[in-house]
Design a protein. Structure first.
Length: 201
């Protein structure tokens, strides 16, 4: 299947999770279409690349190169997309577990995080960004698709190590499935974003 050249998304992607891994979990509702329909960023490999670009994990050149590589190696791209969807489901279960002590969802997430981190071969680098700032990149050795999820997985690992799960909440709007990290002083944030879900309450 031929994939289109990399282009910017037509709808702006929404990042309200306050942590990269939570924004990745929310990628199944990363934008709203004209009629309010949810847009899943992982519906196709080029959508996955758009999400990575919007999350500032890939610059335009690498995004274009990744889509080109996917055209040359569709099986590898398909496997990478399947792995991304699978890991999103695992991380969603972890995010929605609330303040439960170590449970099945946490154990599964830890095993999957370790599996992905254990097979990642490559180097981590700091490079100048297009905006004049700097970005961290993981440059995989061998399979170029294998490194795409590493920053997301490392973000989830950091949440576990830093004890942040107690502050991860699901939006209080029952029509919204987004999750977020509550960094407020009192820990009582209820909505993923006030402009939409908070105003509907």
């Amino acid at each position: 299947m031929l994939m289109p050249d990399y282009t910017a998304p037509t709808e702006p992607l929404i990042f309200v999770g306050e942590r990269l891994w939570l924004d990745f979990v929310n990628s199944d509702d990363s934008a709203r279409g004209r009629k309010g329909a949810r847009i899943d960023a992982l519906d196709a490999f080029d959508g996955f690349v758009r999400w990575l670009r919007s999350a500032r994990l890939l610059d335009d050149d690498r995004g274009t190169a990744m889509v080109r590589r996917a055209q040359q190696q569709p099986t590898g791209a398909s496997a990478s997309l399947h792995e991304a969807r699978r890991m999103r489901n695992v991380l969603r279960a972890l995010a929605e577990r609330g303040t439960q002590p170590v449970d099945r969802a946490t154990q599964v997430a830890i095993a999957e995080i370790n599996r992905v981190l254990g097979r990642s071969a490559g180097t981590r680098r700091v490079e100048p960004g297009a905006d004049g700032g700097f970005v961290r990149n993981f440059v995989s050795a061998g399979d170029v698709f294998a490194g795409l999820l590493i920053p997301v997985i490392e973000s989830a690992a950091d949440a576990l190590v830093n004890g942040e799960l107690a502050r991860v909440h699901r939006c209080a709007d029952p029509r919204c499935a987004r999750v977020f990290y509550d960094g407020s002083r009192n820990g009582k944030r209820r909505w993923c974003e006030m402009a939409t879900c908070g105003n509907r309450a």
